[in-house]
Structures are given as structure tokens and as C-alpha cells.
Design a protein around this ligand. Sequence first.
Ligand code: NAD
Ligand code: IPM
Ligand code: MN
Length: 359
Amino acid sequence: MKKYKIAVIAGDGIGPEVINEGIRVLKHVSELDGGFEFEFTQFPWGCEYYLNTGKMMPDDAIETLKKYDAIYLGAVGAPGVPDHISLWDLLLKIRHEFDQYVNVRPVKLLNGAPCPLKDKSPADIDMVVIRENSEGEYAGVGEWQNKGQPDELVLQTGVFSRKGTERIIRYAFELAKKDNKTVTSISKGNALNYSMVFWDGVFAEVAKEYPDVKTASYLVDAAAMFFVKDPARFQVVVTSNLFGDIITDLGAAISGGMGLAAGANLNPERKFPSMFEPIHGSAPDIAGKQIANPLASIWSASQMLDFFGYENWGARLIDAIEELLTEGETLTPDLGGNSSTSELGNAIIEILDRQEANF
Ligand code: NAD
Ligand code: IPM
Ligand code: MN
């Protein structure tokens, strides 16, 4: 039987609560299928580990993780540890070291999910944001001069390489070509006169290789406006690291909230493990109460199944989430209900069983 070794970094805050449900669901899927299994190994890395050891992960963490088929991550960040340390030494380090340059973030309004936009239905909100995940504004290049002095100065430099820019844009075009979708680039060439002028140029060049794919290009401020006013105009969206970060929280807001937004950090060449996670953070405001919504984690488990080639199971998990939302009986407070995190996990498992019985 095919076995997948999954490294689990549940992390901080609600991370362990939501990731537990994802693990239960993945185990259940493998039992229903019978043709593959998962072996989960938990790594206790994160802010508590940092407070005990002075490190977010051990020095050999990257070597250790290399042996796994995928990483399943909860969330990182806790009051008491500076965010730039906790995130740079764990989440961003893994994305960078494993060259997970594609961040796939679906923005899809499922039937039954709450939508704050007037007159918008699932047909209007069905896109996928392809976020550059390895460089750009997140390159970590900069300088801090004369700290605390009147002439203090900081530089945070965006790094846009030809290789990095081309490969993410090409990934978006390949996806659009396969699914017969349009590609929209989101940039900011009017103000960012080096990086985004370059980005727009590369987008135009790559577009020429795909004459059958329809394209659009928006400035990020206008794109943010259209996400709210007319989200139907977006199908495959490609954008830089920081714009992708911001625009996908907006995407979450219009498609059911942070509790429903998933992301896959992919190394498409499969030279290194890819990482699957909800896009939300550790939500310290609700941590430890068993009220966090685990559906984003479960959705990212569906992305993992897709990545391993079990697209049928990936789709069935999304169907199960949709069924849970339309039934409307087992919902966490963010979705207007009063069920617990694990009650949602149970409900998804029951729906999968019911689907199975109907096959
Ligand atoms: P957040 O996503 O943790 O929370 C924003 C709001 O959304 C909060 O009100 C929270 O309660 C709510 N929320 C988030 N996920 C939810 C869920 N599954 N169910 C119900 N409600 C949910 O963002 P933040 O408050 O800006 O950040 C908190 C910490 O998490 C910070 O340390 C930040 O750096 C970190 N962070 C980590 C990741 C990650 O590990 N991938 C992502 C974003 C933020
Ligand atoms: C995300 C998060 C991270 C990011 C943070 C925690 C560094 O917000 O995955 O969306 O900005 O990429
Ligand atoms: Mn984010």
C-alpha cells in the first residue's frame, strides 16, 4: 500500500485545534479508500518551543523535514514572541528553503457559506490566486541604519528575479490553459517603478506564449475594489508575494471568512516537500476554546490530496464541506453556529461516510 509520510507542525494558538481535525479527516479518507495511508509525525515546533529553547525549530529542522512527502501546518505566532522572529524562523524559512514558490489560494464561495456582499452567489466568486511565494517583497533584504537615532533609516528591498517572476506567471498560465480560464495579473506599475514595471513586462512576454488564454491586468488598488464590487471578473489571478497575502485575506472575507480559506505552498518540481496550511493565523483571541473553524485546514488537506494525485478525494472533501455548510446544523461561531471545532470534524467524517454509502 502506498504510504505518505506527513510532517505535522501544528504550531501555536488554534493551530493544533484545527490541524487535529484535518488529520482525523485525512486518516478517514485513507481508510475509506483502502489504497493509500498516511503516517503523521508531529513536531512540537513553534512559539512555546522558542520560549523553552530560544529557537523556533532545531538547527537540523530543514534536513529533518526533507524526508517527508508533505508538511501539514497549523499556524504560527503568539503574543510574547515577536512575529518577525516566529514567522521568519519557521513558516517563511520553510517556504524559502524548500523553494515553495507557488502559493495556491482558492477564493471560492461554496454553497451555504456566508457572503457579506449583496447579491453575490457562488457563481460570482470562483477564482484561484497564484501568489508568488519565494521572493518579491518577502525577500528579507534590507538594512537598519542608525537605530534609535534622529537619522534612523530602514530599507526593505523587494527582489524580483527574472526566473522567479517568469516561473510564477507561467504557472498561472499553465493552470488557466488546462482549465480554460482567464489570467489576471495584479501589480502596481504606476508607483513601483522598478519591480512592478518589470512584472508587467514579464507578464506581457509570457502571455504571448499563450495566445489562447485571455488576460487582464489591474493595479492592486483597483483589484481590491473589484474583489468587492465585481469578483466574477477574476478566474486565475497571479500576483506578488505581499499583494497576494493581502488580497487573499480580502478573498477570504468575501468567501466565508478566515475559517474557510486554505493555501498550498508548492514546490511544483517536487524536489522538496510542499506545505499545506490554512491561511489564517494562530488567532490568539479564540485559542484554546475549541471554537476555531477547522474547515480551512480540512480544505488544505483537500489540496494535499490533489497534489498526491487523488483529485477525486480532494473534490469529495470540498463536497463534504459544502454539504456541511448547506445543512447549516453544525457550524462554529464564525459561521453563525455554536458547534465546537471537533464537532465540525465529526460532521465532515459522517458526511464522507454518507457519501460512501451512496456510491
Ligand atoms: P488571524 O488570522 O490569526 O486572526 C484574524 C481574525 O480571524 C481573528 O479575529 C481570529 O479569531 C479570526 N480567525 C482566524 N482563523 C479563524 C478560524 N479558523 N476560525 C474562526 N475564526 C478565525 O490573524 P492575526 O490576528 O492578524 O494574527 C495572529 C497571529 O498569527 C500573529 O502572530 C500573526 O503573525 C500570525 N499569523 C500566522 C499565520 C500562519 O502561521 N500561517 C498566518 C497569519 C497570521
Ligand atoms: C499568510 C501569513 C504569512 C504571510 C505571515 C504569517 C508571514 O499572513 O500565510 O498569509 O504573510 O505570508
Ligand atoms: Mn496572510
